[in-house]
Design a protein around this ligand. Structure first.
Ligand SMILES: O=C[C@H](O)[C@H](O)COP(=O)(O)O
Ligand SMILES: C=C(OP(=O)(O)O)C(=O)O
Length: 357
């Protein structure tokens, strides 16, 4: 009997992966991208600290699968971001890692060719390249931190991170969040439970020591300082929304009870819009109305948006893919996005000064 008969019996292969340092050397952080990241993070911290009255909006495709369409989207979003910047801080949703309910395409890093070839090394480099391009436009990026190793490769290009509904309760994700350099939004559980997000914020605010990798790709004991910029993301659950005033008030109370600042983001998608993308602008309008009526706890929103509305299955012949259309959750189209954000900016403009009072 060999060791192989005992160990790794369900592992088919260990393929080499370049270290974070190698990938950074090939695709270094440019001065302009670094400026965008720093400015984006600072603005987000100021919103969470109530020094900036604006609402932040994490908006963009459910997932990036085509960097050409993604950059086309980013350029349009940058123009809109500049137009509404007195009222809204726009962060582009740049999601490369998809948590699946059971199985399915797990995102551009995991399978950049969308053909089950799983060229993770190539996916990581392409993802970094795309993030560099977005940041060089002057648009900060937000992403879901799903794989605990990825931040070593991409973390310097991210301004805002989300921990998804399926992983908010995971100790690994709370530990990772305690060391992330960005504010982190913790989604409520898929069943709508807000308690797991509150516990996650408390956990991530503390220092942790855990296994990870360093920039050379060596296994390391990672020792973190704790992240004080955790906040709750309400995304609905069990097929029911939770952005209404009563649910928001319940979330505020849960955070106050835990002695946490009541910082709440409303995800206009997922169960908050019954997974019907066309309802997202209604959720956004409702949130804006809550703010106009005096709500002070809602600091941000999320919207799943793409160039084209809806979604599409991944075809075997990739040349059949519809340009600018999601291959994961259905999105609203660009025109609807623009209208929804312009309306929000107009309606919020006059009430912003009261938010800091
Ligand atoms: O936003 C993305 C999806 O809702 C999430 O990844 C789950 O997707 P699935 O239920 O299609 O697997
Ligand atoms: C997976 C996502 O959301 P949630 O964790 O809320 O399901 C997402 O926003 O892509």
């Amino acid at each position: 009997m060999t060791t192989l008969d005992i160990d790794n019996i369900n592992v088919a292969a260990f393929d080499p992966m370049p270290s974070p340092e190698d990938v950074h050397a090939r695709l270094p952080l440019s001065t302009s991208a670094a400026r965008t990241v720093m400015k984006g993070r600072e603005a987000l911290r100021n919103i969470l600290d109530r020094k900036d009255p604006r609402l932040f909006v994490v908006v963009g495709p459910c997932s990036i699968h085509d960097p050409v369409a993604g950059l086309d989207y980013a350029k349009r979003l940058k123009a809109l971001a500049d137009e509404v910047s007195d009222t809204l801080l726009i962060v582009m949703r740049v999601y490369f890692e998809k948590p699946r309910t059971t199985t399915g395409w797990k995102g551009y890093i995991n399978d950049p060719h969308m053909d089950d070839s799983f060229q993770v090394d190539e996916g990581m480099k392409k993802a970094r390249h795309f993030l560099l391009e977005v940041n060089e436009l002057g648009l900060p990026a937000g992403t879901e931190a799903l794989d605990p190793i990825s931040p070593q490769y991409l973390g310097d290009l991210i301004a805002w991170s989300a921990i998804g509904a399926r992983t908010t309760e995971s100790q690994t994700h709370r530990e990772m969040s305690s060391g992330l350099s960005t504010p982190v939004g913790f989604k409520n559980g898929t069943n709508g439970d807000i308690g797991v997000a509150v516990n996650a914020i408390l956990s991530a605010s503390r220092p942790h020591s855990f296994l990870g990798i360093n920039s050379q790709g060596r296994t390391a004991i990672v020792r973190t300082k704790g992240n004080r910029y955790g906040h709750v993301v309400l995304r609905g659950g069990d097929g029911r929304p939770n952005y209404d005033t009563v649910s928001v008030s319940m979330a505020e109370q849960a955070m106050q009870k835990a002695k946490l600042p009541p910082n709440i983001v409303v995800d206009c998608s997922h169960a908050n819009s019954y997974k019907k993308p066309e309802l997202q602008p209604l959720v956004m309008a409702d949130v804006v109305n809550q703010i106009r009526l005096g709500n002070k706890s809602i600091v941000g929103t999320m919207i799943e948006s793409n160039l084209v509305a809806g979604n599409q299955p991944i075809p075997e012949d990739l040349s059949q893919l519809k340009y600018g259309c999601s291959v994961t959750d259905a999105c609203i189209d660009w025109e609807t996005t623009e209208q929804s954000l312009r309306d929000a900016a107009t309606l919020l403009r006059d009430v912003l000064p009261e938010r800091l009072a």
